[in-house]
Design a protein around this ligand. Structure first.
Ligand code: HEC
Ligand code: HEC
Length: 152
């Protein structure tokens, strides 16, 4: 039991961490990755996904989000260091390529099982990627149930 205790405490610490999407501070990420959309939580994508995205910024979901090399590397390192790992569920598409959207991951599906596709398409929401439509405090990394309001 004495030997088990540290292992158990570690497990408790890890599971407490599992649902933390608080945005770790990073000036470069905030400056470069919040001009077109809110800061997506690094914890909700696998490191492979962030690497793939950061290696192809000139073709970022139909836009050009290119950065100078120093910034690109710094932000990629930050995203990888705070990425979600296996908790995100399936991390690759059928062709074996890393998923690039949080909204394509099993974890996102699981958390949003009770919302149907039509709700996501409402004019007030438009897309599942529009996190702030329902999570009022999402930009600060707060996805708490208490801050959710699904717009009509
Ligand atoms: C020039 C505008 C622009 C910039 C700058 C930009 N993005 Fe995006 N990003 C987009 C667009 C457009 C989409 C697609 C949105 C949609 O489908 O609703 C997107 C989607 C995403 C998604 C997928 C969301 C989902 O799950 O569907 C992630 C993750 C993302 N961006 C991360 C980043 C990161 C990290 C940076 C900084 C390196 C960044 N973006 C900078 C325009 C931008
Ligand atoms: C149509 C409204 C809507 C949109 C858009 C939406 N969510 Fe949610 N989200 C919800 C609801 C409702 C829940 C479930 C709350 C519950 O049952 O505990 C939820 C749950 C979550 C949770 C779980 C919170 C926890 O305590 O475990 C996370 C994380 C989350 N959403 C992240 C996101 C992210 C990131 C985006 C954008 C990429 C997003 N959501 C888009 C409505 C939405």
């Amino acid at each position: 039991m004495k030997k088990l205790l540290p292992a158990m405490l570690l497990l408790v610490a890890l599971s407490a961490q599992a649902d933390n999407y608080r945005l770790p501070k990073n000036a470069a990420f905030e400056e470069e990755c919040t001009s077109c959309h809110m800061a997506f939580p690094p914890q909700m994508l696998h490191a492979d996904s962030w690497r793939a995205m950061m290696n192809d910024l000139s073709k970022h979901f139909g836009t050009d989000a290119s950065l100078d090399e120093k910034r690109r590397v710094a932000i990629a390192d930050f995203l990888v260091a705070n990425s979600g790992g296996r908790k995100t569920g399936t991390t690759r598409d059928a062709a074996g390529k890393p998923l690039l959207r949080i909204t394509e991951t099993d974890r996102f599906d699981k958390k949003h099982r009770e919302i149907n596709a039509a709700t996501f398409k409402r004019a007030s929401i438009k897309s599942p990627a529009n996190c702030t439509a329902c999570h009022a405090q999402a930009a600060a990394g707060d996805y708490n149930e208490r801050s959710i309001i699904i717009p009509k």
